[in-house]
Design a protein. Sequence first.
Length: 276
Amino acid sequence: MNTEDFVLEGYDGRKLWASLILPPVAEGPPVVMAHGLLGFKDWAFFPYLAACFAGAGFPTIRFNFSGSGMGPHRDGPFTDLTGFENDTITRQVEDLHAVVSAVRSGRIPGCAPSEKAFLWGHSRGGGVALLTAVRDPAVAAVASWAPISRVMRYPHETAQDWRRRGYQVIESSRTGQSLKCSSAFLEDAEKWAREGDLPVQVHRLTVPALLVHGSEDASVPPAESESLAAVCPTSQLVILSGADHKFGASHPFTDPGATLQEAVRRTVGFFKGQLP
């Protein structure tokens, strides 16, 4: 299976750098993958997971959000610092909508048009995938690994300091860079909170959802998936014993461990279960 790189134009002309991997024979709709904070389409296990989805018969598209800070390169430092600084959750939902729209209209080079798509997301990308699934009728199912349960997740003191300075600094352990996130992100998060945030949104979800979380996740505690499952009428919850936030993986990626393989098995089975 070959991976083809391409670029899509999203809302307001934002560039979405993407990669497509096709199965020998397509047996289901495309899977669109969404990364989390400080992630990108080629981070850690993402290419491996995309190959697993394609091996199961699903054309798979992974992409960089327009505010990821990453350009067309597969690895290396964050280069689009302005894009990162100006990112918001609303912009990410728009980006994911744009990729799904491209799937429907046949604008993914080499991929046949499809009326439906599956979504997969990790961490903050898992929350964005759920928000998108609520709003986009082309989404047939969504799987989220270690998803956040709230967009507005910042203590009052943190929000005050963020607003006063006009930005928050986020450190990347991968590159050693200090990245700015503008107060626009905070204002957008507060807007989502006023509208009920993720719990209210996923309560409206009408398509099947799979929530997979590690019992030892120190970055996003498993209680966050448990709280979403409690209010999402279409959800299945899987807590993997011993798994951390990265499901045992690291960047650069080496071999998949048992917990990652189990998460893949559960997710592929979930998507296959949605086929006619």
